[in-house]
Ligand binder design. Structure first.
Ligand code: C5P
Length: 305
């Protein structure tokens, strides 16, 4: 018997970063929007814990116990005093090390899939606790939609969204390490007063009203200068999307994926064409948000072939 869970990518429409805390993390005001690019995580009973992965960028995905999907299975098994005897297969569509929470999605997906496979029936709050332990973005991958994350980004409040927002994403030809981008943020902000991060009211209203122009006027990402400093070529990608008529262009999370908010699907097509022609990125995709969080898709009674 196997269970498959589909989990969305995210884009941060606001990512405000405070000063480094004593534990090395940064307090955030992190407004997440889940978008319709998905990884699928399938779990099947096995002797021991194994992970396989298919899709673009798979060579950069760790298949050992450092993979968040494997850690999720181990943590759930430990709580319920059982062995994590499961094979986890990840079909990747979310860019690897791209700033769209692909690794976090796999953690949340494996957790929900193992909970179904093992019949552990963990409560929502128990699942969210495990997610928060796995990583700062993992709780949002579980819940999806739109949410404000404070603390490390793991303390979530769901946000109202009054419409569909259309996006174009440009994937880069290499990844960026999230810790390295935060370290660069620290380096660039050394000697400056870093204000307490707070959610912007105009941005929350823009989301609630489903107003793309108002959202475009209020998006921001404090990690963008750090990502650009480590990956200067991203400036050309951002410029190409802006010139083609994107309402807003920003680095997604810690990057290097760049995100372009567009008014509708015809404007998305123009931005896609321009980004492809620019030769500044590996691949270009469209997706809209909000999207559902981790969703159990399929139960198969037969062993996968
Ligand atoms: O929580 P997660 O393991 O995803 O974080 C990865 C890294 O990103 C952390 O080790 C830390 O360097 C950085 N980070 C941070 N502040 C946050 C979230 C992440 O400094 N709020």
């Amino acid at each position: 018997m196997s269970f498959t869970v589909r989990v969305p990518a995210k884009v941060n429409v606001q990512l405000s970063v405070g000063a480094a805390r004593p534990d090395g993390f940064h307090d955030l005001a992190n407004v997440f929007l889940a978008v319709g690019l998905y990884d699928e995580v399938t779990v099947t009973p096995a002797d021991g814990l194994t992970v396989t992965c298919s899709g673009p960028g798979t060579d950069q995905v760790p298949l050992d116990r450092t993979n968040l999907a494997a850690r999720a299975a181990e943590m759930l098994a430990a709580r319920y005093d059982r062995m994590p005897d499961v094979h986890i297969h990840i079909v990747k569509d979310i860019p690897v090390a791209g700033g769209m929470a692909g690794g976090s999605a796999d953690g949340a997906g494996a957790l929900v899939a193992c909970d179904a496979l093992w019949g552990t029936n963990a409560s929502r709050s128990e699942l969210l606790d495990i997610c928060a332990e796995l990583g700062s973005d993992v709780p949002f991958s579980l819940v999806g939609g739109a949410a404000l994350g404070i603390g490390r980004g793991e303390k979530l409040t769901a946000l109202e969204v009054g419409g569909t927002f259309h996006w174009v994403f440009a994937m880069a030809d290499r990844g960026l390490s999230t810790p390295a981008v935060f370290r660069e943020f620290d380096r660039l902000s050394a000697g400056f007063d870093v204000p307490e991060p707070v959610a912007r009211q105009d941005l929350l209203v823009a989301l609630a009203e489903g107003d793309p122009d108002a959202l475009a006027a209020s998006v921001s990402n404090d990690l963008e200068p750090a990502a650009l400093s480590l990956f200067p070529e991203l400036a050309a990608t951002l410029a190409a999307g802006r010139t083609a008529g994107a309402l807003a262009a920003l680095v997604s999370g810690s990057g290097p994926t760049t995100a372009f908010l567009v008014r509708d699907s015809s404007s998305a097509a123009e931005v896609v064409t321009a980004l492809r022609a620019s030769g500044t990125c590996r691949t270009v995709r469209t997706a809209s948000g909000p999207a559902l969080g981790a969703t159990l898709l399929e139960v198969s009674m037969s062993e996968p072939g």
